[in-house]
Design a protein around this ligand. Structure first.
Ligand code: GRF
Length: 201
């Protein structure tokens, strides 16, 4: 049976688009059943609408407390009964309620080779550190910032003349391919987590 993905976005949604495109193949094993955001008007939401996928927005500032926002987001996402929730450029940390509702089933893609360069500026930090290999990491979210068990990683060479923009784009290309591949395998073959190791299949 086709598995259900809910994807959370805050920005351009190119990772989301890669999942939407992949799921057009029935053999992919999963489809995006809803797309959520923490802000209005993002290109990611537009991509979803164009693909006929339901969308929702839950903004932190519309709630009295962060906990209430977390509860509302949890309830909305849970309503779609997802097999996996994918944070693809979602710029909010979800709280304990959310993590408890989707234990080991909430994943995030990050644009560095973790544990190096967590946080908002992975490519910029990589350039500043002068590394020769940058990349992307897909991991299972825990309560920390970019600290959860790693599902997949892909390395990308840093060119001598890279800027933050050019490196970011090269990473994103590899990141999208990795996301599509790993999510498809998780949905078709399943996965387990043993200590810190995520085992596919
Ligand atoms: C990705 O590179 C992700 O690692 C970072 O934000 C980017 C999202 O890109 N956190 P997009 O919105 O999927 O195009």
């Amino acid at each position: 049976m086709t598995k259900k993905l809910v994807v959370l976005v805050s920005g351009s949604g190119s990772n989301l688009q890669a999942l939407i495109d992949a799921s057009r193949d029935p053999d992919y094993g999963a489809e995006v059943v809803a797309v959520g955001s923490d802000r209005d008007g993002t290109y990611g939401l537009k991509r979803a609408e164009e693909a006929g996928i339901p969308t929702f927005v839950r903004k932190v500032r519309d709630f009295d407390t962060r906990e209430q926002w977390d509860a509302a987001l949890t309830e909305t996402v849970a309503g779609y009964e997802p097999d996996l929730v994918v944070s693809a450029g979602f710029l909010k940390l979800c709280g304990p309620r959310f993590l408890d509702a989707f234990p080991g089933r909430y994943i995030n893609t990050h644009n560095s080779l973790l544990p190096a360069f967590p946080g908002m500026n992975g490519p910029g930090e990589a350039l500043k550190a002068g590394v020769k290999l940058a990349g992307a990491t897909l991991f299972i979210c825990d309560s920390g910032v970019d600290t959860g068990p790693i599902i997949a990683q892909t390395a990308v060479p840093v060119a001598d003349d890279d800027t933050v923009e050019t490196l970011t784009e090269r990473i994103k290309e590899a990141e999208r391919a990795q996301l599509v591949e790993a999510v498809g395998r998780m949905m078709r073959e399943g996965w387990t987590v043993k200590d810190r190791r995520v085992l596919l299949g």
